[in-house]
Every structure is written in structure tokens, then in C-alpha cells.
Design a protein around this ligand. Sequence first.
Ligand SMILES: [Fe+2]
Length: 199
Amino acid sequence: MLAFAEITEVPVVDPANQSSHSALGLSFGLPFDLQDWIDEHRHELKPPVANRLLWSGADMDVMIVGGGTSRIDFHDDPHPEFFHQLEGSMVLRLMDGPGRPPRDIEILAGEVFLLPSHVRHSPRRVDPAGIGLVVEFIRPPGVVDGFEWFCERCYHLLHRVEVQVGSIVKDLPPLFAAFSADLEARTCEKCGEVHPGSG
Ligand SMILES: [Fe+2]
């Protein structure tokens, strides 16, 4: 058997030969050109979903997220979230705590940002030309996400739901629709302001 240093030529995996890389256990495939992928899927990165997973079945969700959407909820993620804005810009609105006004962080093309767990955040991707990469952890059983809505006048916490998120793409829209339909949840018990319930 040759020592590693004696191997002068290591073969490169042939992308055209499927069996060569599946034998290596590369179930998520080989490297690919992300810009080509974005150009091919650009039409799918539009509202209302504007979100595509790059790989399924991994322990992390790596997503490409388009622009032209604006959420009104604030997400309480039990894990950190990684943002890399590829094109255009996005705004991450952060809550400083109930009763205190939010603050915006702008993430510009080329910039990366790591959001710590549990920091309440609301992605405002109002730039329709925005394209970003987001990485989130898969939540283990029993680890729940929180979604919160705040009064737009006095920033009192109006409503919070906690769910076990299985699919970021599929599980969230029903939560948002339920809040929009719930006048009682949208009405501030502190100042009486009614949250519009949508962006
Ligand atoms: Fe209020």
C-alpha cells in the first residue's frame, strides 16, 4: 500500500459519472455554480413564496430567498441564522424588547451576517431585486420556534405562537394567516391600536 505522500495523482471525481460520486456518499451532489442555479430559478424567487431550498434532507436548511416580500411577524429562532446577501439588499428588523421601538439592520449585496439565537427578527425583503442565501438549523424534536407580533404604536407584545417547525416553507403561511384573521389578537390591550395584520 502506498503512503499518502507517495500518491502523485489523485483522480478528480467526474461530475458526469453519477456512480463515482454516489459511491463516495455524496448524497447532496457535487459542487455546482450557484450563480447559474440562481439564473435558472430566478422566476421562482418571487412572492408569495420567494424561497427555495438548495438541498433537502440535510441537518441544515440552505435557502435562496428572493425579494419583494415583507413579513410582519418577528421570529424567535432557537438557533442562530446565517445571512449572505448575494444581490440587492434586505432589511432585518430587530425588536429591542416589548415596549421599545424596533431597529433595522440593512444587509447589502456581498455582506454576511450571523444572527444569534432568540433575537427577535423580521426579514423585510422589500428590494424586489434582492437575492440572499440563508442557512438555518433543522430543529430537533421538542425544540420550538416562536412567532411574535408587536403593536405598531406602543410596541406591546400582541401575540405569540410556538410551533415545532418541520418545513420553513410550508409551516409558516398558515400561522401568518391565522394572525391576520384574528382581530382580538391584533388589538393591543395596552393602547387599543389594531395591527393591520398584513404587510
Ligand atoms: Fe399598543
